[in-house]
Design a protein around this ligand. Structure first.
Ligand code: SF4
Ligand code: SF4
Length: 139
């Protein structure tokens, strides 16, 4: 848990505020403390497979943008916790990713269905992404 106090001066639209607060509640992370240093993204081993960098996902949740739910990044994250170690604000990005996945799954929307992928597409996927995907779907 970070010893920093929230320094956010953002004034969010009420709808965005609801999403921002929901992510904070589900993840237990003080996402408003993020100051976009990029350390989480630079240490992430999966960025080549992501549409948005981890730091960008955190920024989207800060701003209460639920477009983060549509990002492929949240399904590619392997919960390796590299970002947690490198974040100067003590934010565990993996927890934020998990909270976003929870919200998507609660809407009964499967971001990735392995049954719908061709053998070629399956071969191109990193094995860890398949394992992570299956864990999220059965968890
Ligand atoms: S936990 Fe996810 S976002 Fe963080 S470094 Fe690992 S793969 Fe990247
Ligand atoms: S390392 Fe922490 S403070 Fe830096 S961009 Fe990532 S979440 Fe924000």
């Amino acid at each position: 848990m970070s010893s920093f106090r929230s320094t956010s001066v953002l004034r969010l639209h009420p709808e965005n505020k609801v999403f921002n607060e929901r992510i904070k509640e589900l993840s237990g992370e003080e996402i408003d403390l993020c100051f976009q240093c990029g350390a989480c993204s630079s240490g992430c081993p999966m960025t080549q497979e992501m549409d948005y960098l981890p730091s960008k996902i955190i920024r989207m949740t800060q701003l209460g943008l639920d477009e983060a739910l549509d990002s492929g990044t949240i399904w590619v994250c392997t919960t390796c916790f590299n970002c947690e170690v490198s974040c100067p604000r003590g934010i565990d990005v993996a927890n934020v990713m998990e909270s976003l996945r929870q919200l998507v799954l609660r809407k009964k929307y499967d971001r990735v269905s392995l049954d719908e992928l061709t053998p070629e597409e399956l071969r191109e996927l990193p094995p860890i992404a398949i394992i992570s995907n299956q864990r999220k779907l059965t968890g």
